[in-house]
Design a protein around this ligand. Sequence first.
Ligand SMILES: O=P(O)(O)OC[C@H]1O[C@](O)(CO)[C@@H](O)[C@@H]1O
Length: 531
Amino acid sequence: MTQRLRCDETPAWTALQAHYEQVGRHFDVRADFEHNPDRFAQFSQQAPHVFADLSKNRIDAQAEALLLQLAEQCGLVEHRDAMFAGGCINSTEHRAVMHYLLRNQAVAATSQEAAAPVLRGAVADAAMPEVNATLRAMLAFAEAVRADEQITDIVNIGIGGSDLGPQMAVVALQAYAIPGKRFHFVSNVDGDELGEVLTQIRPHSTLFLVASKTFTTRETMTNAHSARQWFLDQAGPGADLGRHFAALTTNLEAAQAFGIRTTFGFRDWVGGRYSMWSAIGLPLAIAIGEAGFRALLGGAHAMDQHFLTAPLAKNLPVRLGLLDVWYRNFHGFSSRSVAPYHHGLRRLPAYLQQLEMESNGKRVDVHGRALSYSTSPVVWGEPGTNGQHAFFQMIHQGTDIVPVEFIAVREPAHDMPGHHAQLVANALAQAQALLQGRSDAGGHRHFPGNRPSSFFVMERMEPVTLGALIALYEHRVFVSGSIWGINSFDQWGVELGKQLAQDIQPRLATGDVHGLDPSTAGLLRQFRPRF
Ligand SMILES: O=P(O)(O)OC[C@H]1O[C@](O)(CO)[C@@H](O)[C@@H]1O
């Protein structure tokens, strides 16, 4: 990997620090709206399927210009192009990062057209035949399951990226889901979760999907083995495990050894949290069918094209990623709240927590050198309007500034009179209140205002728009991670806890506390009589 300038060593970083001290620290968005009639136009844009208004953020044209210089001086374009050329940018795992190839097709692609990818080049040309063959096989299987009236319940067993993406999308696209089938997602090793699902299903009408990139994740394997045992016990003699289990994994051998004969694979260049476009998306494909799944891929691909080709100043993932850097490193904001004003997007905050914090929660750069600046903010949220009646108090009047991201659609999927207008009015009003504040009352009733927010608008919640929205988030995370000079595609931070759990589990049975710190030893004794 070529040595790039670290972001805090660039002239643009120094200029941004000076600009923050002179202007940014006291920048009042309301005053800028008064002086600058073009502010809304300057800081809003239409990207594929997503309109974004960033004008309520604490950013001015000069800050954005300096951030674009920062991007240039940090080699953002070269890094992006290296990813799209199949370069080994996940350097700590020696892997390329090419999940975008999984959606390398135009929105209207049929299965024939999909054979002609839009992104070309040696790497894409080499990978696409296998990508398309797997996609076709997986979608054919999805269609067969959809047509199989005997199968009423689909149970996805997976965790992290093998759960959050497909679950978020199945929930979001409920209006497009095939009637007569129920979708369950089991991720936690807490037996309560699997146990609850097992009380709702019958073996002969259930399809279990064991989703695990590695097919070694302990939680998933424990749940899969328990599900298999339950199936064999319940189905009795002649139970056809092969008909009722399928695996979605890069480790086809391990899946076969488990006794599964229907497997759908993908390559190691698809990271777990970037895998909903791969075979990991099978539950979603069963829910929304081939046409829906292809539309989802097409929407994401449209965003890929935008990220690849739009000038940086009008490139939405770039603008968002740079805004994240501005807020995190210069304003010092440590969290961002996501407020989807759409009931279907209620799992989006959980999905984004993994996408953003597992990708960019790093304290060393790609060369392993400790960083002297902050990286990933905490990402959190709840759907509106619920959040308004819970934590928005803190966002309006608390001591910390929390940028909020509103997401709303123009067309609802329901036809309940009055609901959608009220929902949208609330989203607009919250963003307005955060900006304007209230100074006609003092003390407890005073709202300081000038609290930043972004607002995303989509036509409706449908496969193509969801695909574009998620790809937008993926690329935005890439942009901030790239500026920070970290590897957004590894996750070594999850390893230590996994290893220690393996050491502790047998100790729960034996009571051996040798070598443990006093707190862990004391806590282990709290559980001892149970094991
Ligand atoms: O799909 P797998 O291999 O079971 O991994 C599940 C999840 O575990 C992690 O590797 C780490 O927790 C995630 O990145 C991943 O999405």
